[in-house]
Design a protein around this ligand. Structure first.
Ligand code: UD1
Length: 359
């Protein structure tokens, strides 16, 4: 059997790393890693490969940035040639970025079975490009690997038969589990003390593409920085609109950070303010309070049993949530069911031994 495993953007790299490792551990060498090149900066891509010890991609499509249509279309055109040249038995896609959908669609139309890792997450917010990517990918993928029971239920409600759903756990948490000890040993940036700083990340189009919305969020963050130092690794999308609005002696802007330093930073922080998806999951497992600056989440389990609260992008609510965290005892770490570090092994076992049939 031959597998093509697709990675595209920053949040994908920690999801493919343990899958690749699990394939290799079972002696399955016929796995080609395809990097679509959606993220291409050293700090958004190469450094993750180094930190996570992922081998060089076998194939790089080099698609780069562009509008949604252009980026998605370019991936499809390039990936079609790869599929035709290599004739894989399965294409494996992860997450919800444009490349996830582009590769799933390309493979499906060539009659190649598709497995989607992290299927069934739903924010029910169609203004998020990722929600469109999730819905469309799950509609056409043959095998849907889920991270939690809520996702199973979402898929069932959409009419997906049980035979296509496999509840396996969370590959992002596999990677966290492997690397957390190393990450915690890295020195913190100069002047920061464990438990006495906050971390900020922002990149959602809904928060950073409109200057007034971003200005409001950063005004509330400056309020947080009056009380505790805030470290802010700035995503390239966000960098275009960060100016005087992020000036505060206690607000420290940095370049995007690679996996290990960022994980070490988050793990020892007092709280995280974010609009990311994956960070809501990582903070749940680390027992770090997470204030999510979005009106909804596709990962509700992190609010139900984890450390996550949703506050939208209203500056008053962000400040209040941060104040509450500073007055409360730190929460306990929590591992949702099957977030045990072995999700990738279950995925690979299913693909190699259960002989799943395409739908
Ligand atoms: C993409 C994903 C999002 C994911 C995020 C993580 C989609 C629809 N969005 O959003 O789900 O959470 O990645 O970062 O797929 N840029 C660089 N260097 C890079 C990559 C991007 O400078 O290596 C800049 C470009 O100016 C680009 C902008 O960042 O236009 C946005 O990049 P893009 O890949 O379009 O989407 P993200 O906002 O990163």
């Amino acid at each position: 059997m031959k597998y093509l495993l697709v990675a595209a953007a920053r949040p994908n790299f920690m999801k493919v790393a343990p899958i690749l490792e699990a394939f290799r551990a079972r002696g399955q060498e016929d796995v080609l890693l395809v990097h679509t090149g959606q993220h291409y900066d050293r700090r958004m891509s190469d450094e993750f490969f180094r930190d996570l010890r992922i081998p060089e991609p076998d194939i790089n499509l080099g698609v780069g940035s562009g509008s949604h249509a252009r980026q998605t279309a370019r991936v499809m055109v390039e990936f079609e040639d790869v599929c035709l040249a290599h004739r894989p038995d399965w294409v494996i896609v992860v997450g919800d970025v444009n490349s996830t959908l582009a590769c799933a669609l390309t493979a499906r139309k060539l009659g190649i079975p598709v497995a989607h890792v992290e299927a069934g997450l739903r924010s029910r917010d169609m203004s998020m490009p990722e929600e469109i990517n999730r819905l469309c990918t799950d509609a056409i993928a043959d095998l849907l690997f889920t991270t939690d029971r809520i996702s199973n239920e979402n898929l069932r409600r959409e009419g997906v038969p049980e035979s296509r759903i496999r509840f396996v756990g969370n590959t992002m948490i596999d990677t966290l589990t492997r690397h957390i000890d190393r990450a915690r040993q890295l020195p913190l940036p100069e002047g920061l003390e464990a438990g006495r700083y906050a971390v900020l990340t922002l990149h959602r189009p809904g928060n950073v593409d409109r200057q007034d919305v971003l200005d409001g969020i950063l005004a509330s963050v400056r309020g947080v920085a009056d009380r505790i130092p805030v470290v802010f690794p700035v995503h390239p999308r966000t960098a275009q609109r960060v100016n005087g609005n992020a000036e505060h002696p206690n607000l420290r802007l940095t370049e995007p950070m690679s996996y290990l330093p960022f994980l070490g930073l988050v793990a020892r922080s007092r709280m995280v303010l974010t609009d990311s998806g994956g960070i809501q999951e990582e903070t749940t497992v680390l027992g770090v309070p997470c204030i999510t600056m979005r009106p909804n989440t596709e990962r509700p389990i992190t609010c139900e049993i984890g450390t996550n609260v949703l506050v939208g992008n209203d500056p008053g609510r962000i400040r209040e949530a941060a104040a509450r965290v500073l007055h409360a005892e730190p929460p306990a770490p929590c591992r949702p069911e099957m977030w045990d570090g072995h999700a990738a092994e279950r995925i690979v076992h299913t693909l190699l031994h259960e002989n799943p049939v395409s739908c």
